[in-house]
Design a protein around this ligand. Structure first.
Ligand SMILES: [Zn+2]
Length: 412
């Protein structure tokens, strides 16, 4: 099959979509269900219709653009990603998988290929957590990972509920209709920029993902006793920040000694009250993110944190409460999809490297209901979520070719 990926048209479309933004170029800001997000969706749907795809949106706004196969009842082979963008982001995160997926379909159409299985292009709603505080909203609901009830209770910073916001966006139907039936997809492949520097360092343009790491996050509150920094003597102290310091080092230690380099733990937020130079810290809030590709290992770190919490609370006579925000299990990519992507690279004489996705993506949630795979392309210096995020047209073209070939294999 001769695949002729139109690099220039794809680059022009990425530029065009980037201009639908609440931030000035080159930055992109596109938050779910804002007028710019709705404009971007309408623009994208028009491009899909031009390509002859049948388009529908579900009640949360996930977009499905379908190329009917010769066996229309067969489970679909899907690709896609997201087009929402955090404030002051770049133009490639998510977009490469969406517009690249569209170009993969168009290049297959031009080649004369006709799929047996339908090929479906997906755009997931609110991959970024910016507005409702939870990422991958669309794919969580599609996969049944989040209940419609929990989703309907979500409220944004301005007090608007998800229900109101999606109503204003013109989305009809009930959230319980979003979950896809078992077996709906035969395969799902997400192409994405790496968002890290590994491929660039290895000087290899394609990464085939074998595992997707998943985070567990905790919010920890430590209550000690405040007081005057001069008047309260050391034996009397129950300093919340000193307890937090011990706990932070224990969290770091638990990840460092897990026995695998895939284990990472980060305390990204430390809020100290009252926050005065001459006042003993009475209260500290910590936010903790623990990730691994292996669930047992990650949960072992979580248990170590729990043990440290109890030991430090007793030793320092402070109260330490912890609240589990989320704990999504990691995912393995499907061997048949990894094989289809690898074969595709070999057919097109493109070197590739197996790798782990250390950020999480909609694919993590899709893996609950479908076999998934991911294809990474490099981004300059590993930069992402910033205006100077960049992927070259050549790398994108290469990725689209490999994606198209793999979709054809799986849909035949
Ligand atoms: Zn993304």
């Amino acid at each position: 099959m001769h695949l002729d990926v139109d690099r220039d048209q794809l680059a022009a479309e990425i530029e065009e979509l980037a201009r639908i933004s609440d931030a000035e170029a080159p930055a992109v800001t596109r938050i779910v269900f804002t007028p710019k997000d709705l404009e971007a969706r309408a623009w994208f749907i028009a491009r899909c219709k031009e390509a002859g795809l049948r388009v529908r949106q579900d009640p949360i706004g996930n977009i499905f653009a379908r190329w009917t196969g010769s066996d229309p009842m067969a489970p679909a082979v899907a690709t896609g990603s997201h087009i929402d963008a955090i404030p002051n982001a770049g133009k490639f995160d998510g977009v490469v998988g969406v517009l690249g997926g569209l170009e993969a379909i168009r290049s297959l159409q031009r080649s004369g290929f006709r799929p047996k299985h339908p090929i479906e292009l997906l755009v997931f709603t609110s991959e970024e957590p910016t507005r409702f505080g939870i990422g991958c909203l669309g794919s969580r609901l599609l996969s049944g990972t989040m209940s419609p009830d929990a989703a309907s209770k979500l409220i944004d910073r301005d007090g608007a509920s998800l229900e109101e916001a999606r109503g204003k966006a013109g989305l009809k139907g009930e959230l319980h209709q979003v979950k896809l039936p078992e077996g709906y997809h035969k395969a799902f492949i997400e192409m994405h920029i790496e968002q890290g520097p590994f491929l660039e360092q290895q000087k290899i343009s394609l990464g085939i993902v074998t595992k997707i790491a998943a985070p567990a996050s905790l919010r920890i509150s430590i209550e000690g006793t405040g007081g005057h920094a001069g008047a309260v003597l050391m034996p009397e102290r129950r300093d919340a920040l000193c307890a937090a310091a011990e706990l932070i080092l224990a969290i770091e230690g638990a990840a460092r000694t897990s026995g695998a380099t895939d284990t990472v733990a980060t305390v990204g937020i430390c809020e100290v009250f009252p926050g005065a130079i001459n006042s003993i810290p009475s209260r500290v809030h910590l936010s903790v993110d623990v990730r691994d590709t292996n669930l047992e290992r990650r949960d072992a770190v979580m248990r170590s944190i729990e043990t440290a919490r109890q030991t430090i609370a007793t030793k320092r006579q402070v109260s330490i409460e912890q609240h589990l925000l989320n704990a999504d299990p990691p995912a393995d990519c499907d061997p048949a999809i990894i094989e289809a992507l690898s074969q595709s690279c070999m057919t097109h004489k493109q070197p590739f490297i197996p790798m782990v996705s250390r950020a999480y993506h909609d694919s993590l949630f899709m893996s609950r209901i479908a076999p998934v795979g991911m294809l990474f392309i490099p981004c300059r210096s590993g930069y992402s979520h910033r205006p100077d995020e960049y992927a070259s047209p050549e790398d994108i073209q290469r990725g689209v070719t490999i994606l198209a070939q793999a979709l054809a294999t799986l849909a035949s």
